[in-house]
Design a protein. Sequence first.
Length: 223
Amino acid sequence: MRALNAFATLMITSTLAVSQTLPTPQVITDPKQIASKPNAQVEKNLSIEKLYMTKQVGAADWSPDGKQIVFVSNISGRNNLWLVASESGWPTQLTVSDQRQTSPAWSPDGKWIAYQSDYDGDEQWDISIVSPKTGQVVNLTNTREIAEMGPTWSPDSRYVAYTVKPKTSSAVEIDVYDMVMRKVQHITSETPKDKRNGRPIWSKDGKSIVYTRRRPRERTRMS
């Protein structure tokens, strides 16, 4: 017992001695004193050619089982959808298109990924879905004069809610697409032109949708 107490006393004394000998970190307040070690692998001069080869990674979403991630990237030269294992690895291209795509949303049952795509950068978005297994693409809205954006799935994967903005109007409404009946239901309508609806969110039971209504350049509030 005495030996154990002596050992504990020795360990505490040694720890205190080490802590007392450690130097106090110097507080740096002058930005000129901050420096980083040079990295020989980093190019000092980035050419225009290599700058254009820089790739981007954009919006992403998890698969329901957490094993994959869908994301937007211009690895192929266009903003298309890509899949990658959540444990890392090289991604595979899911959609192949000359049109830009964004806002991927994986359905809760894992069968489809919804996203928005426009035509030659005109921002007249359509909502489409793609099978993560086969790559099959289906355009749900197919409206050139109306922009549909921000798809979000109902908990049972039957419905897709999204915002709608006609090309000739500043009002933004909310629609829901029925995947079974293949028809559109207008959730909001006749919204004043100085108001915009957005960010639809499904309730857990799928019976209600909460959304925001705001004026342009105004903070959002719940509706």
